[in-house]
Design a protein. Sequence first.
Length: 421
Amino acid sequence: MSTLERFCRYAALDTQAVEDSPNYPSSPGQIEFNRLLAEELKGIGCQDVHLDDHGILTATIPGNRQDVPVMAWVAHVDTSPETSGAGVKPQVHPNYDGGDVVLPGDPTKVLRPAELPALKDVVGHTLITTDGTTLLGADDKCGVTALVEAAERLLKDDSLPRGTIRLVFTCDEEIGAGTRHLSLDRIGAQVAYTLDGEGLGSVDSETFSADLATVKVTGVNTHPCAGKGRMVNAIRILSDFLSRLPQRTMSPETTCGREGFLHPYHIEGSVAEAWAKVLLRDFETEALAEQFALLESVAVALRAEHPQARIDLEVRRQYRNMRDGLLNEPRAVAYAVQAMRNCGLQPRLSCIRGGTDGSSLTEMGLPTPNLSSGQHNFHSPFEWTTVEEMDQTVEVLLALAAIWAEGPDPEGIETAPLVTE
């Protein structure tokens, strides 16, 4: 099966994660996808293929070198809840000419190189887009495709050097639950890499630290005709709460680089009860407490103004910056940088304004940088990838396996430039 066939087969499967679902995984398509992958991995010769009750799939590529640390490669099978993942129809554009691409399912949506400069770097590639009505699922089916392709290459050619490699396919990464039912004993590795990064050539060595705050307003509902002095409108109070958050600072629309933010991203309710979810994000973990304190100060003021209402705030821990954990294993980043150089890429260390399963795994004690996998414009109908970038990701994985098998001194590897994305 070619890279193109494999990716399009995966992309057509509906594996969209569902926020607030009581189930794990949150959608049945995820476990169905991992069942399909389990059969593929068995067919190409992987050992210890295991799909657990939570839908998490693991498998092993046996090593052909002794005394090499066990490495894990990780990808997630779910897609974002932000855009529909049902009925995905991948559109293939062979030998992309560098021009605008009209998406046929919704001709108002057009990929323009003037707006998406990364398209200028893939002229001549086999471009894969959506039809404009759904996302593509390149996040993270590019990573899944690359992992399976690399596994097949290694298992077909025993001359390719590697230690033992563990493959891990997680669920519900997009809603912050990718590692909820995953233990380090289950993975059984000393170092890992998530294949969940944008474009090519980046090694994500820092992520945001993240919490999720929920503000809930309980009001008093009456018939509007008798509302005077009795009705307490939870929608109005919640709207007032959100309007008092910083508007010109501390939002995704007004921050960049290493600046954190507060991001209200979901709201619903009625007169009787209304609630909103607010993302708390910063590269410095201690700043999250300061952000929550700001939310609490707004709630205190509104409680005084609306004594008949109840305003509750709660915060849930999500993930933490992988920076400190990666210092415990300097080879993790250094070897990834060298692998990219060995494949003719110009690597860069990225400080990403987001998170990955690697954030949680690193915090758990397994150093896990994140690597590019060829995905672009994720979570949207403008998502795209190319066959060539996925194939290049496979080459990076093979080079990475060889470097770990050979074990060079990481201090002799030139540091890549650090950028914030």
